[in-house]
Design a protein around this ligand. Structure first.
Ligand code: NAD
Length: 503
């Protein structure tokens, strides 16, 4: 059995905790490797390495740090095919989607190549007589990232790209379900010229996460995962004096107005609901048609579209999506479908019995469509995170605005319409962090920022873009005076006993 090791101080590190977690091949259902779960001491080893590296790395000028990012991007592109195959073999997403996962991470690396500009402070010449004021962004020190299984390349790169180029050093704790790609990324980062200790990877579970959240040398932590754990990470990390951002689960709604381009909308909904087997925090698992006519037409067209979908092994180039990540997750998703039926939803298309010939033990679930879902149902309130699309029928536009606004999650939402005024009104009023207008998966580009509201995000600062730079740095503001008296031999100024003002 292949063991997946930690990556500490610039090299592979074999842990000694004696604890492991199985890593599956979701296509076959077989255990393909086991990953070491670190002890508190092993996390400390990674933190100490990062702390040593910080001394030198924080002094490297931003342009040189950016050059490492340029080279890292080149190396990831060089190895794109192997990385995508590895990612797909542990996660189960199809190869093209795995490349998208890596590419979206690289786009934040591209942003980080602009660090010399992004890290520039502000300067006011002559804020008072002979007084200049300037600010600088300084790194925090050792930082950490704790990431989910569903984007094992993108989310680590979102975090460590901006953190490291800002002068910090990093300890990454990726998901134990698909841990291999994060280790490869760390190896490539060293190959790109980063000194040892700048990026460390420790695998693990709650023990590792707790060790990170309570470690006195860790200054900041970014978390992405499910909401209960996000809340736990936020409260524990901040109670231990750390800066924390913690992003949680989602239940994104797609609002379909009667004037929407129905052909395009149905294609967009199918991709956003079933792509990556629905295991995306920006998936669209709820569709809200406005008016009965829209609902009936949409349902009929969705059924026809679903009939064209191909569920296959993740290496099948024609498959629209592959298996879910583990047997436990498959059981959880099918359990939610059972629950939805029990609660009174109408099962329109049932994916529970789906089997792929020759891969009967794989973790496959067919696309599932449920209609007549209402807001009192648990299956509506909670995140399912599988290839399941729920139709919640709204009678009016106002009801459609209120559904995502009142939901406990507020990650993303999309509206499909040809009415610009309605779309603008919706985008302004809806209580959700990221909005798509005829865009089903509105993940903002790398130079904007990503973050959900309500139970989708704890903390105040978003990921990537300039908010990412703010999260991973602290601002120092210098007020400097070069008195004339010094230059011209004049008399010193009197002591000032009142607060200086600009009056
Ligand atoms: P998860 O919460 O199970 O795991 C996330 C991380 O937390 C992993 O590294 C895991 O090892 C660690 N962890 C697990 N149990 C823990 C515990 N008891 N204490 C401390 N740490 C623990 O999430 P997942 O299943 O890997 O990922 C899917 C979830 O992530 C979904 O809810 C999805 O919506 C969410 N997600 C959110 C975003 C976003 O930006 N809002 C993006 C991607 C995924």
């Amino acid at each position: 059995m292949r063991d997946i090791h930690h990556f500490i101080d610039g090299q592979s590190f074999t842990g000694a905790s004696g604890r492991f977690s199985d890593v599956f091949n979701p296509n076959t259902g077989e255990v393909q490797a086991r990953v070491q779960l670190s002890s508190e001491g092993e996390v400390d080893k990674a933190v100490q390495s990062a702390a040593r590296a910080f001394e030198e790395w924080s002094q490297v000028n931003p342009q040189r740090r950016a050059r490492v990012m340029f080279e890292f991007k080149r190396l990831v592109e060089r190895d794109m095919n192997q990385l995508a195959e590895l990612l797909s073999s542990e996660h189960g997403k199809v190869i093209a989607d795995a490349k998208g996962d890596i590419q979206r991470g690289l786009e934040v690396i591209e942003f980080s190549c602009g660090a010399p500009h992004a890290l520039k402070g502000e300067y006011t010449f002559g804020a008072g007589p002979g007084i200049d004021v300037y600010s600088m962004r300084q790194p925090l020190g050792v930082c950490a990232g704790i990431t989910p299984f569903n984007f094992p390349a993108m989310i680590p790169m979102w975090m460590f790209g901006t953190a490291i180029v800002s002068g910090n050093t990093f300890v990454l704790k990726p998901s134990e379900r698909d841990p291999s790609v994060p280790v490869k990324l760390a190896e490539l980062f060293m190959e790109a010229g980063a000194p040892k200790g700048v990026l460390n990877v420790v695998h693990g579970d709650k023990t590792a996460v707790d060790a990170i959240l309570t470690h006195p040398l860790i200054q900041a932590a970014s978390f992405v995962g499910s909401s209960d754990i996000a809340h736990y990470v936020y409260s524990t990390g901040t109670a231990h004096g750390k800066r924390v951002q913690a992003f949680g689960g989602a239940k994104n709604h797609g609002i379909v107005l009667p004037d929407a381009d129905m052909t395009q909308t149905v294609k967009d909904l199918a991709g956003a609901a079933f792509g990556s087997a629905g295991e995306r925090c920006m998936a669209l698992p709820v569709v809200v048609p406005v008016g009965q006519k829209t609902a009936d037409e949409l349902r009929e067209r969705l059924v026809a579209e679903i009939a064209t979908l191909r569920v296959g092994v993740s290496t099948d180039p024609d498959a629209h999506y592959g298996p879910v990540v583990t047997a436990a997750h498959k059981a959880r998703v099918t359990g939610w479908i059972d629950k939805a039926i029990e609660e009174g939803s109408e099962l329109v298309v049932d994916g529970r019995g789906f089997q792929l010939q020759g891969h009967e033990k794989g973790f496959f679930i067919g696309p599932t469509l449920l209609d007549k879902v209402n807001t009192g149902m648990e299956s509506y309130k909670e995140e399912i995170f599988g290839p399941v699309l729920q139709i919640v029928r709204a009678e009016t536009f106002e009801e459609a605005v209120s559904l995502p606004s009142k939901h406990q999650y507020g990650n993303g939402v999309a509206i499909f319409t040809r009415d610009g005024r309605a779309a603008r009104d919706f985008a302004t009023r809806v209580h959700v962090g990221m909005v798509g207008i005829n865009v089903p998966i509105p993940v903002p580009v790398a130079y904007h920022t990503f973050g959900g509201w309500k139970r989708s995000g704890f903390g105040d600062i978003n990921q990537h873009g300039m908010e990412g730079v703010r999260f991973w740095t602290k601002t120092k503001t210098v007020t400097a005076r070069w008195p004339e008296s010094d230059l011209e031999g004049g008399a010193p100024q009197d002591s000032a006993f009142i607060i200086p003002t600009m009056a």
